[in-house]
Design a protein. Structure first.
Length: 555
Protein backbone atom coordinates (compact mmCIF):
# COMPACT_ATOMS: atom_id res chain seq x y z
CA UNK A 1 0.00 0.00 0.00
CA UNK A 2 2.75 2.47 0.98
CA UNK A 3 4.68 1.62 -2.16
CA UNK A 4 1.75 2.54 -4.38
CA UNK A 5 0.50 5.63 -2.52
CA UNK A 6 2.81 8.61 -2.30
CA UNK A 7 0.61 10.45 0.21
CA UNK A 8 0.53 7.51 2.60
CA UNK A 9 4.31 7.37 2.32
CA UNK A 10 4.52 11.07 3.15
CA UNK A 11 2.16 10.68 6.13
CA UNK A 12 4.08 7.65 7.39
CA UNK A 13 7.32 9.56 6.86
CA UNK A 14 5.94 12.48 8.85
CA UNK A 15 4.95 10.20 11.73
CA UNK A 16 8.39 8.57 11.75
CA UNK A 17 10.03 11.98 11.42
CA UNK A 18 8.06 13.38 14.37
CA UNK A 19 9.03 10.35 16.48
CA UNK A 20 12.68 10.73 15.52
CA UNK A 21 12.66 14.48 16.20
CA UNK A 22 10.97 13.86 19.56
CA UNK A 23 13.60 11.27 20.47
CA UNK A 24 16.32 13.60 19.25
CA UNK A 25 14.92 16.47 21.34
CA UNK A 26 14.65 14.27 24.42
CA UNK A 27 18.24 13.02 24.11
CA UNK A 28 19.48 16.54 23.44
CA UNK A 29 17.68 17.86 26.56
CA UNK A 30 19.20 15.05 28.62
CA UNK A 31 22.70 15.79 27.35
CA UNK A 32 22.34 19.54 27.89
CA UNK A 33 20.79 19.10 31.33
CA UNK A 34 23.56 16.72 32.37
CA UNK A 35 26.08 19.46 31.68
CA UNK A 36 23.84 22.16 33.18
CA UNK A 37 23.33 20.12 36.34
CA UNK A 38 27.09 19.65 36.70
CA UNK A 39 27.70 23.39 36.30
CA UNK A 40 24.88 24.09 38.77
CA UNK A 41 26.38 21.76 41.42
CA UNK A 42 29.81 23.29 41.01
CA UNK A 43 28.44 26.84 41.17
CA UNK A 44 26.69 26.07 44.48
CA UNK A 45 29.83 24.48 45.94
CA UNK A 46 32.52 26.93 44.82
CA UNK A 47 31.84 29.63 47.41
CA UNK A 48 31.62 27.28 50.37
CA UNK A 49 34.72 25.42 49.13
CA UNK A 50 36.65 28.68 49.29
CA UNK A 51 35.39 29.46 52.80
CA UNK A 52 36.17 25.95 54.09
CA UNK A 53 39.61 26.07 52.47
CA UNK A 54 40.30 29.39 54.20
CA UNK A 55 39.08 28.00 57.50
CA UNK A 56 41.50 25.06 57.31
CA UNK A 57 44.34 27.30 56.16
CA UNK A 58 44.00 29.51 59.29
CA UNK A 59 44.85 26.61 61.59
CA UNK A 60 48.51 26.77 62.74
CA UNK A 61 49.32 23.04 62.68
CA UNK A 62 48.15 19.76 61.33
CA UNK A 63 46.44 18.62 64.50
CA UNK A 64 44.35 21.77 64.74
CA UNK A 65 43.50 21.43 61.07
CA UNK A 66 42.26 17.92 61.70
CA UNK A 67 40.27 19.12 64.70
CA UNK A 68 38.70 21.92 62.64
CA UNK A 69 37.81 19.41 59.88
CA UNK A 70 36.27 17.08 62.47
CA UNK A 71 34.15 19.91 63.90
CA UNK A 72 33.05 20.88 60.37
CA UNK A 73 32.12 17.26 59.63
CA UNK A 74 30.01 17.09 62.81
CA UNK A 75 28.37 20.40 62.03
CA UNK A 76 27.48 19.41 58.45
CA UNK A 77 26.80 15.80 59.41
CA UNK A 78 28.86 14.79 56.37
CA UNK A 79 32.07 12.75 56.27
CA UNK A 80 35.05 15.01 55.49
CA UNK A 81 38.44 13.41 54.85
CA UNK A 82 41.89 14.96 54.90
CA UNK A 83 43.59 12.99 52.12
CA UNK A 84 46.90 13.15 50.30
CA UNK A 85 46.70 14.83 46.91
CA UNK A 86 48.50 12.00 45.12
CA UNK A 87 45.74 9.56 46.06
CA UNK A 88 43.15 11.56 44.14
CA UNK A 89 43.22 11.29 40.32
CA UNK A 90 42.16 14.55 38.74
CA UNK A 91 41.57 15.42 35.13
CA UNK A 92 43.14 18.45 33.54
CA UNK A 93 39.91 20.43 33.87
CA UNK A 94 39.60 19.42 37.55
CA UNK A 95 43.20 20.46 38.28
CA UNK A 96 42.43 23.82 36.71
CA UNK A 97 39.44 24.26 39.02
CA UNK A 98 41.55 23.37 42.07
CA UNK A 99 44.15 25.92 40.99
CA UNK A 100 41.38 28.55 40.72
CA UNK A 101 40.27 27.86 44.34
CA UNK A 102 37.09 26.15 43.14
CA UNK A 103 35.57 22.82 44.06
CA UNK A 104 35.54 19.62 42.01
CA UNK A 105 32.18 17.85 42.13
CA UNK A 106 31.81 14.28 40.95
CA UNK A 107 28.22 13.11 40.68
CA UNK A 108 27.22 9.45 40.77
CA UNK A 109 23.82 9.27 39.09
CA UNK A 110 23.16 5.68 40.16
CA UNK A 111 23.60 6.33 43.88
CA UNK A 112 22.75 10.07 43.79
CA UNK A 113 25.93 10.79 45.77
CA UNK A 114 28.18 13.80 45.19
CA UNK A 115 31.91 13.55 45.91
CA UNK A 116 33.48 16.98 46.50
CA UNK A 117 37.21 17.65 46.29
CA UNK A 118 38.48 20.93 47.80
CA UNK A 119 42.04 22.21 47.50
CA UNK A 120 43.89 23.84 50.42
CA UNK A 121 45.55 27.22 49.97
CA UNK A 122 48.66 26.55 52.06
CA UNK A 123 48.81 22.75 51.66
CA UNK A 124 48.98 21.60 48.01
CA UNK A 125 49.83 18.06 49.12
CA UNK A 126 46.42 17.46 50.69
CA UNK A 127 42.78 17.73 49.63
CA UNK A 128 39.52 17.77 51.53
CA UNK A 129 37.33 14.92 50.29
CA UNK A 130 33.61 15.21 51.14
CA UNK A 131 30.92 12.63 50.50
CA UNK A 132 27.50 14.32 50.26
CA UNK A 133 24.76 11.79 49.90
CA UNK A 134 21.86 13.76 51.34
CA UNK A 135 21.57 17.52 51.77
CA UNK A 136 19.00 18.37 54.42
CA UNK A 137 17.59 21.64 55.71
CA UNK A 138 19.76 21.33 58.84
CA UNK A 139 22.90 21.18 56.71
CA UNK A 140 21.83 24.24 54.73
CA UNK A 141 21.29 26.17 57.97
CA UNK A 142 24.83 25.21 59.03
CA UNK A 143 26.43 26.83 55.98
CA UNK A 144 26.26 30.43 57.32
CA UNK A 145 28.34 29.28 60.33
CA UNK A 146 31.40 28.86 58.05
CA UNK A 147 30.95 32.33 56.55
CA UNK A 148 30.54 33.88 60.02
CA UNK A 149 33.63 31.98 61.16
CA UNK A 150 35.51 33.52 58.22
CA UNK A 151 34.24 37.06 59.01
CA UNK A 152 35.08 36.84 62.72
CA UNK A 153 38.66 37.68 61.85
CA UNK A 154 37.56 41.01 60.35
CA UNK A 155 35.52 42.80 62.98
CA UNK A 156 33.88 45.94 61.65
CA UNK A 157 34.86 45.03 58.06
CA UNK A 158 32.43 42.21 57.47
CA UNK A 159 30.66 43.82 54.50
CA UNK A 160 33.92 44.75 52.79
CA UNK A 161 35.29 41.21 53.02
CA UNK A 162 32.00 39.72 51.88
CA UNK A 163 32.26 41.90 48.79
CA UNK A 164 35.81 40.60 48.21
CA UNK A 165 34.78 36.94 48.27
CA UNK A 166 31.50 37.47 46.33
CA UNK A 167 33.20 36.39 43.11
CA UNK A 168 33.49 32.84 44.48
CA UNK A 169 29.73 32.62 45.01
CA UNK A 170 27.22 32.23 42.18
CA UNK A 171 24.49 33.69 44.39
CA UNK A 172 24.39 36.86 46.52
CA UNK A 173 25.91 36.79 50.02
CA UNK A 174 25.27 39.95 52.01
CA UNK A 175 24.60 41.52 55.42
CA UNK A 176 21.21 43.19 55.54
CA UNK A 177 18.98 44.90 58.07
CA UNK A 178 16.41 42.46 59.38
CA UNK A 179 13.65 45.05 58.97
CA UNK A 180 14.27 45.21 55.21
CA UNK A 181 13.45 41.55 54.77
CA UNK A 182 9.89 40.26 54.16
CA UNK A 183 9.74 38.27 57.41
CA UNK A 184 6.80 37.54 59.65
CA UNK A 185 6.88 37.78 63.44
CA UNK A 186 7.55 34.07 63.94
CA UNK A 187 10.60 34.18 61.67
CA UNK A 188 11.94 37.29 63.45
CA UNK A 189 11.45 35.55 66.78
CA UNK A 190 13.47 32.55 65.63
CA UNK A 191 16.29 34.86 64.48
CA UNK A 192 16.35 36.47 67.93
CA UNK A 193 16.79 32.98 69.37
CA UNK A 194 19.93 32.62 67.17
CA UNK A 195 18.24 30.16 64.79
CA UNK A 196 18.80 30.30 61.07
CA UNK A 197 15.74 30.26 58.82
CA UNK A 198 15.19 29.26 55.17
CA UNK A 199 12.98 31.33 52.89
CA UNK A 200 11.27 29.76 49.86
CA UNK A 201 10.04 32.10 47.17
CA UNK A 202 7.97 30.97 44.15
CA UNK A 203 8.04 33.24 41.11
CA UNK A 204 6.31 33.06 37.75
CA UNK A 205 9.36 34.65 36.15
CA UNK A 206 12.20 32.84 34.41
CA UNK A 207 14.08 32.70 37.72
CA UNK A 208 11.51 30.31 39.20
CA UNK A 209 11.65 29.03 42.79
CA UNK A 210 14.50 30.37 44.98
CA UNK A 211 15.88 29.61 48.43
CA UNK A 212 17.43 32.14 50.84
CA UNK A 213 19.21 31.28 54.10
CA UNK A 214 18.99 33.96 56.79
CA UNK A 215 21.26 33.63 59.82
CA UNK A 216 21.67 35.99 62.81
CA UNK A 217 25.02 37.71 63.40
CA UNK A 218 26.10 37.26 67.02
CA UNK A 219 27.70 40.70 67.22
CA UNK A 220 24.70 42.53 65.77
CA UNK A 221 21.08 42.86 66.85
CA UNK A 222 19.54 44.40 63.74
CA UNK A 223 21.65 42.85 60.97
CA UNK A 224 21.59 39.32 59.59
CA UNK A 225 23.62 37.31 57.09
CA UNK A 226 21.60 36.51 53.95
CA UNK A 227 22.73 33.78 51.51
CA UNK A 228 20.70 33.90 48.33
CA UNK A 229 18.30 33.96 46.74
CA UNK A 230 19.61 30.70 45.23
CA UNK A 231 17.53 29.50 42.24
CA UNK A 232 16.58 25.84 42.28
CA UNK A 233 17.68 23.82 39.29
CA UNK A 234 15.10 24.08 36.50
CA UNK A 235 15.19 21.07 34.19
CA UNK A 236 13.30 22.92 31.47
CA UNK A 237 13.95 26.65 31.54
CA UNK A 238 12.34 28.89 28.97
CA UNK A 239 15.57 29.37 27.00
CA UNK A 240 16.17 25.63 26.73
CA UNK A 241 12.54 24.88 25.82
CA UNK A 242 12.52 27.62 23.18
CA UNK A 243 15.85 26.48 21.76
CA UNK A 244 14.87 22.82 21.57
CA UNK A 245 11.50 23.73 20.04
CA UNK A 246 13.09 25.92 17.35
CA UNK A 247 15.75 23.31 16.60
CA UNK A 248 13.14 20.54 16.41
CA UNK A 249 11.00 22.64 14.07
CA UNK A 250 14.03 23.31 11.89
CA UNK A 251 14.96 19.60 11.75
CA UNK A 252 11.31 18.71 11.11
CA UNK A 253 11.15 21.28 8.31
CA UNK A 254 14.26 19.79 6.73
CA UNK A 255 12.73 16.33 7.01
CA UNK A 256 9.44 17.45 5.45
CA UNK A 257 11.36 19.13 2.65
CA UNK A 258 13.30 15.91 2.13
CA UNK A 259 10.02 13.98 1.89
CA UNK A 260 8.57 16.43 -0.64
CA UNK A 261 11.69 16.88 -2.79
CA UNK A 262 11.13 13.70 -4.89
CA UNK A 263 7.53 14.69 -5.63
CA UNK A 264 8.60 18.27 -6.37
CA UNK A 265 11.28 17.01 -8.76
CA UNK A 266 8.79 14.78 -10.59
CA UNK A 267 6.23 17.60 -10.80
CA UNK A 268 8.94 19.82 -12.24
CA UNK A 269 9.69 17.17 -14.85
CA UNK A 270 5.98 16.93 -15.73
CA UNK A 271 5.73 20.72 -15.98
CA UNK A 272 8.80 20.82 -18.23
CA UNK A 273 7.36 18.08 -20.44
CA UNK A 274 4.00 19.89 -20.69
CA UNK A 275 5.76 23.11 -21.71
CA UNK A 276 7.62 21.15 -24.38
CA UNK A 277 4.31 19.69 -25.55
CA UNK A 278 2.79 23.18 -25.65
CA UNK A 279 5.60 24.30 -27.92
CA UNK A 280 4.86 21.42 -30.29
CA UNK A 281 7.54 18.94 -29.22
CA UNK A 282 5.82 15.57 -28.75
CA UNK A 283 8.98 13.48 -28.52
CA UNK A 284 9.70 13.97 -24.80
CA UNK A 285 8.72 11.10 -22.48
CA UNK A 286 8.86 10.87 -18.69
CA UNK A 287 10.69 8.16 -16.76
CA UNK A 288 8.31 5.90 -14.80
CA UNK A 289 9.81 5.26 -11.37
CA UNK A 290 7.80 3.10 -8.98
CA UNK A 291 4.05 2.50 -8.90
CA UNK A 292 2.71 5.50 -6.95
CA UNK A 293 0.57 8.42 -8.09
CA UNK A 294 3.54 10.23 -9.64
CA UNK A 295 4.42 7.12 -11.63
CA UNK A 296 0.78 6.91 -12.79
CA UNK A 297 0.93 10.60 -13.73
CA UNK A 298 4.10 10.00 -15.75
CA UNK A 299 2.53 6.94 -17.39
CA UNK A 300 -0.64 8.91 -18.19
CA UNK A 301 1.43 11.73 -19.66
CA UNK A 302 3.40 9.29 -21.83
CA UNK A 303 0.18 7.61 -22.98
CA UNK A 304 -1.36 11.00 -23.69
CA UNK A 305 1.69 12.10 -25.65
CA UNK A 306 1.64 8.89 -27.67
CA UNK A 307 -2.07 9.29 -28.31
CA UNK A 308 -1.79 12.95 -29.33
CA UNK A 309 1.20 12.22 -31.54
CA UNK A 310 -0.64 9.31 -33.14
CA UNK A 311 -3.76 11.47 -33.60
CA UNK A 312 -1.75 14.17 -35.33
CA UNK A 313 -0.06 11.66 -37.60
CA UNK A 314 -3.38 9.93 -38.20
CA UNK A 315 -5.03 13.26 -38.99
CA UNK A 316 -2.35 14.06 -41.55
CA UNK A 317 -2.60 10.60 -43.05
CA UNK A 318 -6.38 10.86 -43.05
CA UNK A 319 -6.31 14.17 -44.89
CA UNK A 320 -3.92 12.80 -47.51
CA UNK A 321 -5.88 9.58 -47.89
CA UNK A 322 -9.28 11.31 -48.02
CA UNK A 323 -8.15 13.72 -50.68
CA UNK A 324 -6.77 10.78 -52.67
CA UNK A 325 -9.83 8.57 -52.21
CA UNK A 326 -12.29 11.32 -53.12
CA UNK A 327 -10.59 12.14 -56.41
CA UNK A 328 -11.57 8.86 -58.08
CA UNK A 329 -15.39 8.98 -57.64
CA UNK A 330 -15.43 12.74 -58.18
CA UNK A 331 -13.46 12.35 -61.40
CA UNK A 332 -15.82 9.63 -62.58
CA UNK A 333 -18.85 11.78 -61.79
CA UNK A 334 -17.34 14.73 -63.64
CA UNK A 335 -16.51 12.53 -66.62
CA UNK A 336 -20.02 11.06 -66.65
CA UNK A 337 -21.57 14.53 -66.49
CA UNK A 338 -19.49 15.61 -69.48
CA UNK A 339 -20.59 12.51 -71.36
CA UNK A 340 -24.23 13.27 -70.56
CA UNK A 341 -23.88 16.72 -72.04
CA UNK A 342 -22.68 15.32 -75.34
CA UNK A 343 -24.89 12.21 -75.58
CA UNK A 344 -28.39 12.10 -77.08
CA UNK A 345 -29.03 8.38 -76.73
CA UNK A 346 -31.62 7.92 -73.99
CA UNK A 347 -30.50 4.41 -73.00
CA UNK A 348 -26.90 5.48 -72.76
CA UNK A 349 -27.88 8.47 -70.67
CA UNK A 350 -29.72 6.11 -68.27
CA UNK A 351 -26.59 3.98 -67.97
CA UNK A 352 -24.52 7.05 -67.19
CA UNK A 353 -27.07 8.16 -64.61
CA UNK A 354 -26.89 4.77 -62.94
CA UNK A 355 -23.10 4.99 -62.89
CA UNK A 356 -23.26 8.46 -61.36
CA UNK A 357 -25.69 7.14 -58.74
CA UNK A 358 -23.25 4.32 -57.89
CA UNK A 359 -20.39 6.80 -57.57
CA UNK A 360 -22.49 9.00 -55.29
CA UNK A 361 -23.34 5.94 -53.18
CA UNK A 362 -19.63 5.11 -53.07
CA UNK A 363 -18.95 8.66 -51.89
CA UNK A 364 -21.59 8.31 -49.17
CA UNK A 365 -20.13 4.99 -48.08
CA UNK A 366 -16.61 6.44 -48.04
CA UNK A 367 -17.75 9.44 -46.02
CA UNK A 368 -19.57 7.13 -43.58
CA UNK A 369 -16.42 5.03 -43.17
CA UNK A 370 -14.29 8.14 -42.65
CA UNK A 371 -16.70 9.57 -40.07
CA UNK A 372 -16.85 6.26 -38.18
CA UNK A 373 -13.08 5.94 -38.18
CA UNK A 374 -12.59 9.57 -37.11
CA UNK A 375 -15.12 9.20 -34.29
CA UNK A 376 -13.34 6.11 -32.97
CA UNK A 377 -9.89 7.58 -33.47
CA UNK A 378 -10.67 10.78 -31.56
CA UNK A 379 -11.34 8.75 -28.44
CA UNK A 380 -14.85 10.03 -27.76
CA UNK A 381 -17.26 7.19 -28.63
CA UNK A 382 -20.45 6.92 -26.64
CA UNK A 383 -20.58 3.22 -25.75
CA UNK A 384 -23.54 1.56 -24.07
CA UNK A 385 -22.40 -1.85 -22.83
CA UNK A 386 -25.11 -4.41 -22.23
CA UNK A 387 -25.68 -8.15 -22.22
CA UNK A 388 -25.57 -9.28 -25.85
CA UNK A 389 -26.27 -12.72 -27.28
CA UNK A 390 -23.09 -13.53 -29.18
CA UNK A 391 -24.81 -16.15 -31.32
CA UNK A 392 -27.50 -13.71 -32.49
CA UNK A 393 -24.93 -11.13 -33.63
CA UNK A 394 -22.85 -13.69 -35.55
CA UNK A 395 -25.92 -15.32 -37.07
CA UNK A 396 -27.33 -11.92 -38.13
CA UNK A 397 -24.13 -10.99 -39.97
CA UNK A 398 -24.02 -14.41 -41.65
CA UNK A 399 -27.62 -14.02 -42.88
CA UNK A 400 -27.00 -10.43 -44.08
CA UNK A 401 -23.89 -11.50 -45.99
CA UNK A 402 -25.61 -14.44 -47.65
CA UNK A 403 -28.38 -12.09 -48.77
CA UNK A 404 -25.81 -10.15 -50.83
CA UNK A 405 -25.42 -13.20 -53.13
CA UNK A 406 -21.63 -13.11 -52.95
CA UNK A 407 -21.32 -16.71 -54.11
CA UNK A 408 -19.15 -17.57 -51.10
CA UNK A 409 -19.89 -20.27 -48.52
CA UNK A 410 -20.40 -18.85 -45.03
CA UNK A 411 -20.38 -21.30 -42.12
CA UNK A 412 -21.27 -20.47 -38.51
CA UNK A 413 -19.67 -22.81 -35.94
CA UNK A 414 -21.91 -24.44 -33.40
CA UNK A 415 -22.05 -22.47 -30.15
CA UNK A 416 -24.48 -22.05 -27.21
CA UNK A 417 -27.44 -19.99 -28.39
CA UNK A 418 -27.92 -18.45 -24.93
CA UNK A 419 -24.25 -17.36 -24.51
CA UNK A 420 -24.18 -13.69 -23.50
CA UNK A 421 -21.29 -11.26 -23.27
CA UNK A 422 -21.06 -7.59 -22.33
CA UNK A 423 -20.54 -5.39 -25.39
CA UNK A 424 -21.96 -2.48 -27.38
CA UNK A 425 -24.19 -4.35 -29.85
CA UNK A 426 -23.95 -1.80 -32.65
CA UNK A 427 -20.16 -1.75 -32.67
CA UNK A 428 -19.87 -5.51 -32.15
CA UNK A 429 -22.07 -5.99 -35.22
CA UNK A 430 -19.84 -3.59 -37.13
CA UNK A 431 -16.73 -5.57 -36.18
CA UNK A 432 -18.17 -8.88 -37.38
CA UNK A 433 -19.58 -7.22 -40.50
CA UNK A 434 -16.22 -5.66 -41.42
CA UNK A 435 -14.28 -8.87 -40.77
CA UNK A 436 -16.71 -10.98 -42.79
CA UNK A 437 -16.80 -8.38 -45.58
CA UNK A 438 -13.02 -8.38 -45.69
CA UNK A 439 -13.01 -12.20 -45.81
CA UNK A 440 -15.59 -12.19 -48.64
CA UNK A 441 -13.36 -9.96 -50.76
CA UNK A 442 -10.25 -12.11 -50.36
CA UNK A 443 -11.41 -15.70 -49.84
CA UNK A 444 -11.58 -18.28 -52.60
CA UNK A 445 -14.75 -20.03 -51.53
CA UNK A 446 -15.30 -20.56 -47.79
CA UNK A 447 -15.61 -18.45 -44.60
CA UNK A 448 -16.01 -19.76 -41.04
CA UNK A 449 -17.41 -17.55 -38.26
CA UNK A 450 -17.05 -18.61 -34.61
CA UNK A 451 -17.15 -17.13 -31.11
CA UNK A 452 -17.22 -17.96 -27.43
CA UNK A 453 -15.87 -17.14 -23.96
CA UNK A 454 -12.58 -18.23 -22.41
CA UNK A 455 -13.65 -18.70 -18.77
CA UNK A 456 -10.06 -18.95 -17.53
CA UNK A 457 -9.29 -15.38 -18.63
CA UNK A 458 -12.85 -13.98 -18.69
CA UNK A 459 -12.32 -13.12 -22.35
CA UNK A 460 -15.00 -13.17 -25.02
CA UNK A 461 -13.84 -13.67 -28.61
CA UNK A 462 -15.04 -13.76 -32.20
CA UNK A 463 -13.12 -15.41 -35.02
CA UNK A 464 -13.43 -15.06 -38.80
CA UNK A 465 -11.42 -17.40 -41.05
CA UNK A 466 -11.17 -17.70 -44.82
CA UNK A 467 -9.48 -19.89 -47.41
CA UNK A 468 -7.85 -17.03 -49.28
CA UNK A 469 -4.14 -16.28 -49.80
CA UNK A 470 -3.71 -15.09 -46.19
CA UNK A 471 -1.53 -12.23 -44.97
CA UNK A 472 2.28 -12.41 -44.77
CA UNK A 473 3.61 -12.15 -41.18
CA UNK A 474 5.50 -8.93 -41.92
CA UNK A 475 2.29 -7.20 -43.04
CA UNK A 476 -0.05 -8.37 -40.26
CA UNK A 477 0.39 -5.20 -38.18
CA UNK A 478 0.10 -2.88 -41.16
CA UNK A 479 -3.32 -4.15 -42.25
CA UNK A 480 -4.89 -2.32 -39.27
CA UNK A 481 -3.54 1.08 -40.36
CA UNK A 482 -5.97 3.49 -41.98
CA UNK A 483 -6.10 3.38 -45.81
CA UNK A 484 -3.50 0.63 -45.82
CA UNK A 485 -3.67 -1.77 -48.81
CA UNK A 486 -1.40 -4.75 -49.29
CA UNK A 487 -2.60 -5.19 -52.89
CA UNK A 488 -3.75 -1.79 -54.03
CA UNK A 489 -5.16 -2.81 -57.40
CA UNK A 490 -7.06 -5.78 -55.99
CA UNK A 491 -8.49 -3.69 -53.15
CA UNK A 492 -9.72 -1.06 -55.55
CA UNK A 493 -11.35 -3.70 -57.68
CA UNK A 494 -13.04 -5.15 -54.62
CA UNK A 495 -14.42 -1.79 -53.60
CA UNK A 496 -12.52 -1.43 -50.33
CA UNK A 497 -11.13 1.80 -48.88
CA UNK A 498 -8.61 0.47 -46.35
CA UNK A 499 -10.67 1.60 -43.36
CA UNK A 500 -12.58 -1.54 -42.38
CA UNK A 501 -9.82 -3.20 -40.36
CA UNK A 502 -8.76 0.15 -38.87
CA UNK A 503 -12.29 0.59 -37.56
CA UNK A 504 -12.18 -2.94 -36.12
CA UNK A 505 -8.88 -2.13 -34.40
CA UNK A 506 -10.26 1.02 -32.78
CA UNK A 507 -13.47 -0.74 -31.64
CA UNK A 508 -11.34 -3.48 -30.09
CA UNK A 509 -9.38 -0.81 -28.22
CA UNK A 510 -12.51 0.86 -26.84
CA UNK A 511 -13.87 -2.54 -25.86
CA UNK A 512 -10.72 -3.00 -23.77
CA UNK A 513 -9.53 -5.88 -25.95
CA UNK A 514 -7.35 -6.56 -28.98
CA UNK A 515 -7.49 -7.77 -32.57
CA UNK A 516 -4.98 -10.22 -34.01
CA UNK A 517 -4.46 -11.87 -37.37
CA UNK A 518 -2.61 -15.09 -38.19
CA UNK A 519 -2.96 -18.12 -40.42
CA UNK A 520 -6.12 -20.19 -40.22
CA UNK A 521 -5.29 -23.77 -39.16
CA UNK A 522 -8.51 -25.07 -40.74
CA UNK A 523 -8.75 -23.17 -44.04
CA UNK A 524 -5.17 -22.01 -44.59
CA UNK A 525 -6.05 -18.38 -45.25
CA UNK A 526 -6.26 -15.45 -42.83
CA UNK A 527 -7.76 -15.77 -39.36
CA UNK A 528 -8.88 -12.62 -37.52
CA UNK A 529 -9.54 -12.98 -33.76
CA UNK A 530 -10.90 -10.16 -31.62
CA UNK A 531 -11.02 -10.69 -27.82
CA UNK A 532 -12.34 -8.44 -25.04
CA UNK A 533 -13.51 -8.77 -21.39
CA UNK A 534 -16.69 -10.79 -21.21
CA UNK A 535 -17.68 -8.90 -18.04
CA UNK A 536 -16.79 -5.27 -17.52
CA UNK A 537 -14.83 -3.93 -14.54
CA UNK A 538 -17.05 -2.01 -12.13
CA UNK A 539 -15.09 1.19 -12.56
CA UNK A 540 -16.95 3.94 -14.37
CA UNK A 541 -15.01 5.64 -17.12
CA UNK A 542 -15.38 9.21 -18.20
CA UNK A 543 -17.36 8.05 -21.23
CA UNK A 544 -21.10 7.72 -20.85
CA UNK A 545 -22.25 4.21 -20.13
CA UNK A 546 -18.79 2.66 -20.17
CA UNK A 547 -17.34 0.51 -17.42
CA UNK A 548 -13.67 0.06 -18.24
CA UNK A 549 -10.23 -0.39 -16.86
CA UNK A 550 -7.10 1.61 -17.57
CA UNK A 551 -5.36 0.11 -20.56
CA UNK A 552 -2.77 0.96 -23.17
CA UNK A 553 -3.55 1.79 -26.77
CA UNK A 554 -2.92 -1.47 -28.70
CA UNK A 555 -2.19 0.46 -31.86
Amino acid sequence: MFKHNIFLRIYAGLVILVLLVTLFGYLLVQIINYQRAQVYRESLTDGMAYIVSEGVARQPNVQQKLDWISDASDLLELPIYYVEAEKVDLTRAEKRRIADRKAVVRWDAQTSVAYIVIGLRDDPNHFLYIKADNITERQMKALPVFILDYLVYYPGQEKEYLAKIQDYFSYPVSIQDVQSLPLDSEQIGRLRLDHSIILYRDSASIRGTTISIVSPIPSSVSEVLVMGPVPLFNWMPFQLAAGITLLSMFVLSLGVYGLLVPMQRKLREVSYALNKMKSGNMSLRLAIDGKDEMALLASSYNAMSDHIQRLIESQRELMRAVSHELRTPVARIRFAMEMLADEDDYEYRLQQMEQIDKDIEALNKLIDEIMTYAKLEQGTPSLDFEKVSLYEVLDQVAIETEALKTGKSIELDQMPIGLEVEAERRYLHRVVQNLVGNAVRYCDDKIIISGGVDDANNQAFICVEDDGPGIPPEDRERVFEAFSRLDDSRTRASGGYGLGLSIVSRIAFWFGGRIEVDESPRLGGARFVMSWPAERYKKKSRYKGVESQERQDPS
